[in-house]
Design a protein around this ligand. Sequence first.
Ligand SMILES: [Zn+2]
Length: 96
Amino acid sequence: MAEIKFDFDIDGALREDPYLDSFQLSYMFEQTRQSLTSALERKLGGVTCAEHGKEPIITITGRYDAEKEEMDIQYHIEPCCQLFMVRVVKLLNNVN
Ligand SMILES: [Zn+2]
Protein backbone atom coordinates (compact mmCIF):
# COMPACT_ATOMS: atom_id res chain seq x y z
CA MET A 1 0.00 0.00 0.00
CA ALA A 2 1.17 3.48 -0.80
CA GLU A 3 2.31 5.69 2.02
CA ILE A 4 -0.22 8.48 2.43
CA LYS A 5 0.46 11.71 4.26
CA PHE A 6 -2.14 14.31 4.96
CA ASP A 7 -1.61 17.99 5.37
CA PHE A 8 -4.96 19.60 6.08
CA ASP A 9 -5.32 23.10 7.38
CA ILE A 10 -7.51 26.16 7.49
CA ASP A 11 -6.39 29.23 5.57
CA GLY A 12 -7.32 32.50 7.21
CA ALA A 13 -9.72 33.18 10.04
CA LEU A 14 -13.22 31.78 10.19
CA ARG A 15 -16.11 34.20 9.83
CA GLU A 16 -18.17 35.30 12.82
CA ASP A 17 -20.92 32.91 11.94
CA PRO A 18 -19.23 30.33 9.71
CA TYR A 19 -20.99 27.73 7.65
CA LEU A 20 -18.69 25.19 9.34
CA ASP A 21 -17.20 26.02 12.71
CA SER A 22 -13.78 24.69 13.75
CA PHE A 23 -15.28 21.61 15.37
CA GLN A 24 -17.26 20.74 12.24
CA LEU A 25 -14.20 21.45 10.13
CA SER A 26 -12.02 19.01 12.03
CA TYR A 27 -14.79 16.44 11.65
CA MET A 28 -14.96 17.16 7.92
CA PHE A 29 -11.16 16.87 7.66
CA GLU A 30 -11.30 13.49 9.38
CA GLN A 31 -14.09 12.24 7.12
CA THR A 32 -12.20 13.43 4.06
CA ARG A 33 -9.02 11.70 5.23
CA GLN A 34 -10.89 8.45 5.69
CA SER A 35 -12.68 8.51 2.36
CA LEU A 36 -9.53 9.50 0.46
CA THR A 37 -7.56 6.76 2.20
CA SER A 38 -10.07 4.07 1.28
CA ALA A 39 -10.33 5.36 -2.29
CA LEU A 40 -6.54 5.27 -2.61
CA GLU A 41 -6.34 1.81 -1.09
CA ARG A 42 -8.86 0.64 -3.66
CA LYS A 43 -6.94 2.17 -6.53
CA LEU A 44 -3.35 1.59 -5.43
CA GLY A 45 -3.56 -1.47 -3.20
CA GLY A 46 -0.58 -3.71 -3.91
CA VAL A 47 0.76 -1.44 -6.62
CA THR A 48 4.53 -1.28 -6.68
CA CYS A 49 7.04 -0.13 -9.26
CA ALA A 50 7.81 -3.00 -11.63
CA GLU A 51 11.44 -2.01 -11.78
CA HIS A 52 12.22 -0.89 -8.23
CA GLY A 53 9.56 -2.71 -6.22
CA LYS A 54 8.72 0.46 -4.33
CA GLU A 55 5.41 1.98 -3.35
CA PRO A 56 4.58 5.60 -4.03
CA ILE A 57 4.47 8.24 -1.33
CA ILE A 58 1.40 10.40 -1.70
CA THR A 59 0.94 13.68 0.09
CA ILE A 60 -2.55 15.09 0.08
CA THR A 61 -2.80 18.76 0.83
CA GLY A 62 -6.19 20.12 1.81
CA ARG A 63 -6.69 23.82 2.33
CA TYR A 64 -9.94 25.16 3.62
CA ASP A 65 -10.32 28.76 2.58
CA ALA A 66 -12.06 30.38 5.56
CA GLU A 67 -13.07 33.40 3.49
CA LYS A 68 -14.66 31.52 0.58
CA GLU A 69 -15.59 28.52 2.74
CA GLU A 70 -14.21 26.14 0.14
CA MET A 71 -11.93 23.15 0.37
CA ASP A 72 -9.14 22.70 -2.13
CA ILE A 73 -7.46 19.31 -2.35
CA GLN A 74 -4.22 18.56 -4.15
CA TYR A 75 -2.27 15.39 -4.65
CA HIS A 76 1.48 15.33 -4.63
CA ILE A 77 3.03 12.04 -5.71
CA GLU A 78 6.61 11.04 -5.02
CA PRO A 79 7.43 7.93 -7.01
CA CYS A 80 10.80 6.23 -7.32
CA CYS A 81 10.92 6.95 -11.05
CA GLN A 82 9.12 8.68 -13.92
CA LEU A 83 7.64 5.51 -15.39
CA PHE A 84 6.00 4.59 -12.12
CA MET A 85 4.72 8.14 -11.80
CA VAL A 86 2.84 7.73 -15.09
CA ARG A 87 1.35 4.46 -13.91
CA VAL A 88 0.24 5.86 -10.55
CA VAL A 89 -1.35 8.92 -12.14
CA LYS A 90 -3.24 6.67 -14.56
CA LEU A 91 -4.53 4.53 -11.70
CA LEU A 92 -5.56 7.58 -9.70
CA ASN A 93 -7.49 8.97 -12.64
CA ASN A 94 -9.45 5.75 -13.11
CA VAL A 95 -13.05 6.39 -12.34
CA ASN A 96 -14.62 3.70 -10.20
ZN1 LIG B 1 10.64 2.86 -9.99
